[in-house]
Write a protein that binds this ligand. Structure first.
Ligand code: SF4
Length: 306
């Protein structure tokens, strides 16, 4: 036996990962079990799936959304009263999005899951390739994020979905929490808290919020899921990138930092919600989507109100 081989802390197999934050070496089987156990706990604690639900999954085709779809299908795919549907949005980004949509198509057909693809072009009569070169008040990702979120919610509502799952992992959540603090953006903090039912918005769930990004990538690799594609040409969220580097650095020096940020936030989010109640929703006077003001963000960005 190779004396250098490190064994799993739960059995005698070779370890494939060391979780610095938990002090555990895990083999393939126990790593997969650990990821799935955390996801089941997250779903039970925050999102309770009832009978006769339709779960829509925002499916970009990258590792996070593919893992989200794969796991939800593994957990609920055999239940006859639950339907899982993948929704992909084609924002119109040449050289980037077509490959991820193709990968989403392959995965949904392999799993036997219904797949809906809609584009910015069909819905908004524009694409990110047309928006990006224009004079803009905000970064390209702000446009893309707002328009995509609005369109996915609209499709999920039309289908009668009761939940909308997205692939945000622990790193995404920790970065967003820190970003909101650094910007002093309380309303976004409140919106980040585990969701409440709001009319006009399909309840969002984030099954991967307790799984570090590197572990999502390893889980995707071990289950033959898409790992990732060349980056989007418009990805320029400078502040988030700095926070990502800073948090990764902290995590190396102080393992468990990302989990600590998330669990601290979860503890105070209830108080935040009571102190700063979310504004009631109304229908956008232009497109009819749920929003907090007279006109929704998507219509404002598209200058439909001018
Ligand atoms: Fe859209 Fe930004 Fe993501 Fe590119 S990186 S797909 S522009 S949100």
């Amino acid at each position: 036996m190779d004396s250098k081989t490190i064994k799993c802390n739960k059995c005698n197999n070779d370890a494939i990962i060391f979780q610095k934050y938990s002090g555990m070496h895990l083999c393939r089987k126990h790593f997969i079990e650990d990821v799935e156990r955390k996801i089941k706990l997250t779903i039970r604690k925050h999102y309770s799936i009832k009978r006769n639900e339709m779960i829509a999954v925002g499916l970009s085709g990258g590792k996070d959304s593919s893992t989200t779809l794969y796991i939800l299908h593994k957990l609920f795919g055999k239940r006859p009263d639950i339907e899982i549907v993948g929704i992909s949005i084609d924002e119109g980004i040449e050289g980037y999005r077509p490959d991820t949509i193709e990968s989403a198509r392959e995965l949904t057909s392999k799993l036997g899951v219904r797949h809906i693809v809609r584009s910015f072009k069909d819905e908004y009569d524009t694409t990110m390739d047309e928006i990006a070169p224009q004079q803009r008040e905000k970064g390209a990702c702000s446009y893309c994020g707002v328009l995509r979120k609005s369109l996915i919610n609209k499709i999920a509502l039309e289908m009668g979905a009761t939940k909308l799952a997205i692939g945000h992992n622990l790193d995404d959540e920790a970065q967003t929490i820190l970003l909101n603090h650094l910007k002093g953006d309380v309303s976004r903090m409140v919106r980040l808290a585990p969701p409440k039912e709001l009319e006009g918005l399909v309840l969002r769930m984030k099954p991967l919020r307790h799984i570090p990004e590197k572990e999502v990538a390893l889980y995707a690799y071990l289950n033959d899921l898409p790992l990732g594609f060349g980056g989007c040409p418009y990805a320029h969220e400078a502040m988030r990138r700095e926070i990502r580097v800073m948090l990764n650095d902290f995590e190396v020096k102080h393992p468990g930092t990302k989990y600590a940020l998330l669990s601290g936030f979860d503890k105070v989010s209830g108080i935040l919600g009571r102190e700063y109640p979310q504004e009631g929703l109304q229908k956008c006077s232009i497109c009819g989507q749920a929003c907090t003001e007279k006109v929704c963000q998507a219509c404002k960005l598209l200058k439909r109100d001018q």
